[in-house]
Write a protein that binds this ligand. Structure first.
Ligand code: 7RM
Length: 653
């Protein structure tokens, strides 16, 4: 994928086709005209209060917002329980017997849980957690494949007021351990394994390694996903089987009435240092943000079969596989495995089999489908689809058009949705009944959200490029970084004063007022929709005994959006061999997880540095992408970079 810049977008805009909402979409949409934007802009708090009123509260709020920049409290004094809003609330009417989760395992096994089934399972597991000593406010780590028990465990925590800390099943033992320790979790829920491309991922083994260095863990609950094919060691007294505990757990559990501002979960995400940040989300505002955006962006109706393909280990799965859709009483498809298993039409066969109406996926997946060819979707009946969504990275217009043409057809709007772990919910996206779409643009801020493009001086840019800022608080905003209030202030609220949230993304606004996202402007990279810090990967490399110094950059990649390129200097006497390059890649995988495996490793005697010793990543990016070198005048030794470029081209060019 070609990297985006402002000039490209000017060219694009001249040629871009516009897609106004079709009469069919408009006729049925929840939102059909601009009034919602105007009302929300006139009084954003009143707008959010209307959205909040659609949830069930056990105590009404006293005030909508208490804003002491950058600290916000939403729905002050209000009480509610997230699991009640996702489950109990739907049991009173016809949704009681509606499918909540339609799940497919990678090997082809299937399970359907109705809202009543899910309610019973969640309540029983809430009782299990309580019996093992978990109390309100305690942290529970969850390290599972994409099985229904993952949603069950999250909602069970929410039911009793425990704080979940879900760790993506692809992360290493060390990453899991650090995330458990940072938030001192009492209990871990894992599985004997998961399936990925026909192989068993040994989650329990990794979990054991992590827990060996995590003294706060008292119990490990193990879901039996694999069984006899993957026997696991159970540590007596510490480890318990999920199914055994559930066998005699009562199926009703009184929900804990939570303060709107009580913590719902912590989710770790990469930042600009080597240490991931524990993003804190609270109960009331988060649920308001996720439920309102799910309903209005996806124009959700009771008959929909909704599929967000994200793993629940990422924020997209938290907000748009679990909380947003379940709060709306939706039928949610979940799929455990890879899109090309057993063949490259797995997604399309799932859509056909379950009659999926709404598909929400990532540009990386779409670009892989493009590469595999339109003959794969063409084998299936995709006519049930009526809306398509995209998230995780900038979507290039070619991918947007392919998605539109080969998957959605003319009847489906394609909705690009921009947001972050920190924002909790969608911030910039079209509303399907109202917004004119442009391939490659996330279009406009959701009602009640106020976004601006700012230049380095902090002035708002009406038309043109700059840094994306959010200039008003919103209900689902992060409330902090767990255990690190200073980093919260410094990272997000110090550039333009405590009332303006810094997103870390570059963006451009066109003459129609539409937003075009350009990617990160900091040392965060986005590999296949997964967020990683260059410093994290550098720390993993430097951890290897042979490495003296490392510099990591993201380079444009046709499918993954970005790939990792690492420049490494070795210690005295260590040979620059291909075998060592491979060993370093494995070392990074072991330290962080497979998502962090570098594509390229280039050994070098020196790294390009400024006279003050700062590594110039910009130049390394130019080298990795085979571009002409930018300004090198601030370098201590310009010859270093010229040599490096020549070597890189020899190796990878
Ligand atoms: C939801 C999620 C957040 C970062 C964000 C952006 C990038 C996400 C889009 C996008 C362009 C999009 N959370 N990003 N969505 N860029 N258009 N529609 O991905 O915390 O993991 O990552 O991802 O750079 O800052 S995340």
């Amino acid at each position: 994928m070609a990297e985006r810049n402002s000039g490209d977008i000017d060219d694009l805009l001249r040629e871009t086709r516009r897609f106004p909402p079709s009469p069919a979409i408009r006729a049925q949409a929840h939102v059909r005209d601009e009034a919602i934007y105007e009302d929300a802009a006139r009084d954003p708090q009143a707008f959010w209060a209307r959205m909040a009123a659609e949830l069930e509260w056990s105590r009404p709020w006293d005030a909508i917002l208490d804003w002491q920049p950058p600290h916000a409290k939403w729905f002050v004094g209000g009480r509610l329980n997230a699991s009640v809003n996702c489950l109990d609330r739907h049991l009173r009417g016809a949704r009681r017997n509606k499918a909540a989760i339609v799940w497919e395992g990678e090997p082809g096994d299937r399970r359907t849980l109705t809202y009543f089934d899910l309610y019973r399972e969640v309540s029983a597991f809430a009782n299990v957690l309580k019996a093992l000593g978990v109390r309100k406010g305690d942290r529970v780590a969850i390290y599972l494949p994409l099985v229904p028990e993952l949603a069950v465990a999250m909602l069970a925590c929410a039911r009793i007021g425990a704080v979940h800390n879900v760790v993506f099943g692809g992360f290493s033992a060390e990453s899991l351990r650090d995330r458990i320790n940072d938030s001192t979790c009492r209990l871990l829920v894992t599985a004997d394994g998961g399936y990925r491309r026909g192989h068993v991922v040994p989650l329990k083994q990794v979990a054991d390694e992590a827990v060996a260095g995590a003294p706060s863990i008292e119990h490990v609950i193990v879901v039996q996903r694999i069984g006899a094919a993957a026997p696991v060691a159970m540590s007596p007294g510490r480890d318990r089987w999920y199914h055994e505990l559930m066998a005699d757990a009562p199926g009703a559990c009184a929900p804990e009435p939570m303060d709107a501002e009580d913590m719902l979960y912590i989710l770790y995400t990469s930042g600009t240092t080597g240490k991931p940040k524990g993003i804190v989300h609270t109960t009331g505002g988060y649920l308001v943000g996720t439920s309102a955006t799910t309903k209005l962006v996806f124009d959700l109706r009771d008959e929909d079969v909704y599929w967000c393909t994200a793993d629940i280990g990422w924020v997209t799965g938290h907000s748009y596989v679990v909380y947003g859709p379940l709060a709306n009483g939706a039928t949610c498809v979940m799929y455990e495995g890879a899109p090309d298993w057993p063949a490259k039409d797995r997604f399309w066969s799932i859509i056909e089999r379950h009659g999926v109406t709404i598909l929400y996926t990532a540009p990386t997946a779409i670009r892989a489908f493009m590469r595999w060819g339109a003959e794969w979707p063409a084998r299936h009946d995709l006519s049930t689809l009526r809306l398509l969504g995209s998230v995780g990275e900038p979507i290039n217009p070619e991918a947007w058009m392919w998605y539109h043409h080969h998957i959605g057809g003319d009847r489906c709007p394609v909705l690009d949705t921009w947001w972050q772990t920190e924002t909790g919910a969608i911030m910039i996206a079209p509303l399907p009944g109202v917004t004119t779409l442009k391939p490659g643009s996330a279009t406009r801020p959701f009602p009640g959200i106020s976004a601006e493009i700012r230049n380095q001086r902090g002035d708002a840019v009406q038309v043109g490029g700059g840094l994306l800022a959010l200039t008003r608080p919103w209900p689902s905003m992060l409330r902090g970084i767990y255990g690190d209030p200073d980093r919260f202030l410094r990272q997000y609220w110090s550039t333009w004063g405590p009332g303006v949230y810094v997103t870390g993304d570059g963006a451009k606004r066109d003459a129609d007022g539409d937003f075009w996202l350009l990617g990160r402007v900091d040392d965060v990279i986005n590999v296949a929709g997964h967020r990683l810090g260059t410093m994290e990967v550098e720390s993993a490399l430097v951890d290897h005994a042979g490495v003296a110094e490392a510099a990591v950059v993201g380079k444009a990649h046709e499918i993954k959006g970005q790939a990792i390129a690492a420049f490494v200097t070795l210690k005295e006497g260590i040979g620059m061999t291909p075998a060592l390059a491979d060993a370093l890649k494995e070392h990074v995988v072991r330290k962080i997880g497979a998502i962090a495996r570098p594509d390229d490793i280039l050994f070098t005697a020196d790294l390009p540095k400024t006279r003050s010793g700062k590594i110039m990543r910009r130049l390394l990016r130019d080298i990795a992408e085979g571009k002409a070198l930018g300004d090198t005048t601030t370098l201590a030794d310009p010859a270093v970079v010229a040599r490096l470029k020549a070597n890189y081209e020899e190796e990878y060019g």
